[in-house]
Design a protein around this ligand. Structure first.
Ligand SMILES: Nc1ncnc2c1ncn2[C@@H]1O[C@H](COP(=O)(O)OP(=O)(O)OP(=O)(O)O)[C@@H](O)[C@H]1O
Ligand SMILES: [Mg+2]
Length: 161
């Protein structure tokens, strides 16, 4: 018998909905949390990460997409945030070189193209998959899945805050 991971789905009807959701999610994250931002090119992974990071910054600064740098780090009210885009990762060896393995334990990590992590994907991560809507170009569907039970409580808080 296979058991499917628990999850929930959300309709994000506009970029503003995604921003609101990103702010709410940012409010329940702490050091040691990893969010895997999955979904196709242009789905809104960087958009969501940027909104989340900005909402936690004490001094607003630019949040560029880490397309070429692979990783950008930020000091925020919630501690250090690592924003990674692993699309151009050379190979699994680079994950350690970037310091990501350690950051999974010590920082909040937001990871685009998490499939590049292969077996190094943290067991305790929340997967947040974004997909475009077939009819409305400003709408997205978000699917959240997790195995670590800590996420159930976190996401409950998110719904009641
Ligand atoms: N509801 C929505 N939520 C998020 N972004 C949206 C939404 N509607 C439209 N958009 C637009 O979609 C684009 C998403 O681009 P973004 O760079 O975030 O994609 P991405 O998933 O990071 O792609 P890549 O895989 O290339 O890194 C932005 O231009 C954003 O304004
Ligand atoms: Mg991106």
């Amino acid at each position: 018998m296979t058991t499917t991971a628990p999850g929930l789905t959300l309709a994000l009807g506009s970029p503003d909905d995604t921003t609101r959701f990103a702010h709410a999610l940012g409010g329940v994250l702490a050091a040691g949390d990893t969010v895997l931002l999955d979904g196709p090119v242009g789905a809104g992974k960087s958009f969501l990460a940027r909104a989340l990071i900005r909402s936690l910054q004490e001094i607003p600064e630019d949040v560029p997409s880490p397309t070429f740098t692979l990783v950008q780090t930020y000091h925020t009210r919630a501690g250090e945030i690592w924003h990674a885009d692993l699309y151009r990762l050379g190979g699994p060896d680079e994950i350690d070189e970037l310091g990501l393995s350690e950051a999974f334990d010590t920082a909040i990590c937001l990871i685009e193209w998490p499939d590049r992590l292969g077996p190094l994907v943290p067991d305790n991560a929340l997967t947040l998959r974004l997909d475009p809507d077939s009819g409305d170009e400003d709408a997205r569907h978000a699917r959240l899945r997790w195995r670590d039970p800590k996420w159930k409580a976190r996401l409950e808080r998110l719904r009641h805050d």
